[in-house]
Design a binder for this molecule. Sequence first.
Ligand SMILES: *[C@@H]1O[C@H](CO)[C@@H](O)[C@H](O)[C@H]1NC(C)=O
Ligand SMILES: *[C@@H]1O[C@H](CO)[C@@H](O)[C@H](O)[C@H]1NC(C)=O
Ligand SMILES: *[C@@H]1O[C@H](CO)[C@@H](O)[C@H](O)[C@H]1NC(C)=O
Ligand SMILES: *[C@@H]1O[C@H](CO)[C@@H](O)[C@H](O)[C@H]1NC(C)=O
Ligand SMILES: *[C@@H]1O[C@H](CO)[C@@H](O)[C@H](O)[C@H]1NC(C)=O
Ligand SMILES: *[C@@H]1O[C@H](CO)[C@@H](O)[C@H](O)[C@H]1NC(C)=O
Ligand SMILES: *[C@@H]1O[C@H](CO)[C@@H](O)[C@H](O)[C@H]1NC(C)=O
Ligand SMILES: *[C@@H]1O[C@H](CO)[C@@H](O)[C@H](O)[C@H]1NC(C)=O
Ligand SMILES: *[C@@H]1O[C@H](CO)[C@@H](O)[C@H](O)[C@H]1NC(C)=O
Ligand SMILES: *[C@@H]1O[C@H](CO)[C@@H](O)[C@H](O)[C@H]1NC(C)=O
Ligand SMILES: *[C@@H]1O[C@H](CO)[C@@H](O)[C@H](O)[C@H]1NC(C)=O
Length: 676
Amino acid sequence: MICVVQYLASLVILLILSSSTLGYYNEFDGGIPPEFGKLINLVHLDLANCSLSGPVPPELGNLDKLDTLFLQTNELTGPIPPELGNLSSIKSLDLSNNALTGDIPKEFSGLRRLTLLNLFLNRLQGQIPPFIAELPELEVLKLWHNNFTGVIPAKLGENGRLTELDLSSNKLTGLVPKSLCLGKKLQILILRINFLFGPLPDDLGHCDTLWRVRLGQNYLTGSIPSGFLYLPKLSLMELQNNYLSEQVPQQTSKIQSKLEQMNLADNRLSGPLPASIGNFSNLQMLLLGGNQFTGKIPSQIGQLKNVLTLDISRNNLSGNIPSEIGDCPTLTYLDLSQNQLSGPIPVHITQIHILNYLNISWNHLNQSLPKEIGSMKSLTSADFSHNNFSGSIPEFGQYSFFNSTSFIGNPQLCGSYLNPCNDSSISPLQLHDQNSSRSQVHGKFKLLFALGLLVCSLAFAALAIIKARNIRRNSNSWKLTAFQKLGFGYEDILECIKENNIIGRGGAGTVYRGLMPTGEPVAVKKLLGISKGSSHDNGLSAEVQTLGQIRHRNIVRLLAFCSNKLSNLLVYEYMPNGSLGEVLHGKRGGFLKWDTRLKIAIEAAKGLCYLHHDCSPLIIHRDVKSNNILLNSDFEAHVADFGLAKFLRDTGTSECMSAIAGSYGYIAPGTNPLCL
Ligand SMILES: *[C@@H]1O[C@H](CO)[C@@H](O)[C@H](O)[C@H]1NC(C)=O
Ligand SMILES: *[C@@H]1O[C@H](CO)[C@@H](O)[C@H](O)[C@H]1NC(C)=O
Ligand SMILES: *[C@@H]1O[C@H](CO)[C@@H](O)[C@H](O)[C@H]1NC(C)=O
Ligand SMILES: *[C@@H]1O[C@H](CO)[C@@H](O)[C@H](O)[C@H]1NC(C)=O
Ligand SMILES: *[C@@H]1O[C@H](CO)[C@@H](O)[C@H](O)[C@H]1NC(C)=O
Ligand SMILES: *[C@@H]1O[C@H](CO)[C@@H](O)[C@H](O)[C@H]1NC(C)=O
Ligand SMILES: *[C@@H]1O[C@H](CO)[C@@H](O)[C@H](O)[C@H]1NC(C)=O
Ligand SMILES: *[C@@H]1O[C@H](CO)[C@@H](O)[C@H](O)[C@H]1NC(C)=O
Ligand SMILES: *[C@@H]1O[C@H](CO)[C@@H](O)[C@H](O)[C@H]1NC(C)=O
Ligand SMILES: *[C@@H]1O[C@H](CO)[C@@H](O)[C@H](O)[C@H]1NC(C)=O
Ligand SMILES: *[C@@H]1O[C@H](CO)[C@@H](O)[C@H](O)[C@H]1NC(C)=O
């Protein structure tokens, strides 16, 4: 459409300016009509994004009043005609995103009024001609993604006007010119993916206008210019994959940093991390991996209140992990692997409620793994391997998700994944008395063990007898946990579990409707696939305990939990109007008015918001979909089925969960587009 309008506009100009060339469109066959060259009064020609193919007609060079020539985003081929160098009035020339070949014509030295030259995304080659640096008005030069070779013109920027320079993804060598910011106007400097070498000019450390800097993947050496990282407007700083060395300079100015992303990874930076790193209060991504940093991680790291990704891996940092790291509330990705860090994991780390990835492998960390990490619900990937941890691996909460490779290389660590814990290995006796008392201890344990065995077998025998007696009455004893005052007992709940009470079936289980003796209707959900053959329930009852405490108007209330060895029953308040999914798509569906829909959306959002932000501990829903939003008799929305998704992963209900693992902090709160 835009293209059609542009064409119409061009046609009108054509008609007004030159009535003698009406026949042009007969020859129009996907290329730019050479007749445009006859419109000698044309000031503005915009044919961008018009699916034009063929060459750029040399006749366009006749348009010496032309101020703007936009031919970008077409399929133009062939070389840039040297005749365009005759466009003596041209200010903006954009030929980007075509398939143009050849060099920049030397005739372009005549474009004395040029302020913008965009030739990116073509197949141009040869040198960037030195005269480009002498175009007096040039402000924007974008030549990225071509095959330019040679050096960047040394005088580039000497005109004092340059604001934007992007020469990335070429084959440029040589130095970064000294005068790029001479006019103190440079805002964007992008030279990534080239073969540039030598030091960065010191001048850049005073270029207060700089906003985006991307110099990664070159061969730059020397130190980072002082002040460069602390420029007042800087938002993005990329220097990764170079050979920059020496220390990261301290901040000397008193300016509040706006920096959001800093990537200094894979250089040869050394020395300690500066304490002023904490001044980057807007930083969201900090990548410092693959350098030679030494010393401690500064505690000021805890001042990074907006940081999402923090990677200091593959350095030579020592000392403890500062507990202040737990003060970074938005951290989702933390990689401290391959350093010389020692001491324990600070338990304070569990303060980070949305941490998703934790890698502290290949350090010298010791002591036991804090069991509190098990309650970090967002943590889907953790790597503790190749340290000096001892004791047993907690089997609680999130720990049951971690891969066994997360724990290897800790000779003194034991647990279900690795070598099973010997009774003696967790005994403090053994840790202290390495030597002499060991055999005695062993002897004592053997005796104790034998006695224990005897007691156990007696107990088992007794139990078996009791069980055999009970078996006729009730195969298993039921345990009822009430989360509020109930007017019913477990018998009433079991009474509901009948085929003709079923109101829903899903991967997670079957839902039954029931009427309690008090007259109160309830929904009973019988969970499937929980007991994985073992006696313990992998933390389900602890989890349910938490869920039972939640009280919110837009969250389905869990009234009680009823379980025995084989079954787990959750008793919820009853929602007469069923699920939103049913109402929208089911047989009775489609009658919801728009204002009701809006009300439901807002209420569901309030419920989710409560779970994700206000609950303590936070509950991440993990399975938001219309079927999990229930409606009461007034069509008020209630969020259901939260918090248990991870216990149901064998049943196929939450395939989407594994798909989002690894990007937790980035998904919209509680929503999972894959599941909607
Ligand atoms: C080009 O035009 C198409 C269709 O009109 C539009 O979808 C697309 O965004 C345009 N691209 C650019 C770079 O303007
Ligand atoms: C236009 O450019 C061509 C080739 O660069 C040149 O030969 C010609 O003299 C120029 N014409 C004018 C009018 O400047
Ligand atoms: C650059 O040149 C190489 C080798 O001739 C070619 O493979 C590549 O596609 C070219 N790249 C561009 C952007 O033209
Ligand atoms: C930055 O950090 C340094 C060292 O921690 C401190 O002296 C300085 O005042 C800080 N500047 C700002 C603006 O916070
Ligand atoms: C790391 O530090 C240790 C001592 O702290 C030193 O022996 C080693 O050479 C350092 N490694 C590097 C790559 O700097
Ligand atoms: C943790 O870091 C180590 C070394 O940097 C790496 O080999 C390993 O794959 C990482 N672990 C995970 C789970 O990403
Ligand atoms: C843990 O490591 C530190 C430093 O390497 C050491 O001083 C401490 O004794 C170690 N603690 C244990 C329990 O091994
Ligand atoms: C683990 O700790 C022991 C004793 O404290 C020490 O000798 C050993 O070097 C440590 N190993 C690592 C990999 O830090
Ligand atoms: C554990 O991690 C390894 C390597 O990261 C992977 O190949 C393996 O499939 C994982 N195992 C499980 C059970 O996830
Ligand atoms: C457990 O005992 C076995 C045999 O006594 C021993 O080889 C193994 O190292 C012990 N494991 C731990 C974690 O102490
Ligand atoms: C451990 O026993 C060996 C000999 O069995 C002895 O040489 C060594 O001194 C003892 N070490 C300690 C810490 O008792």
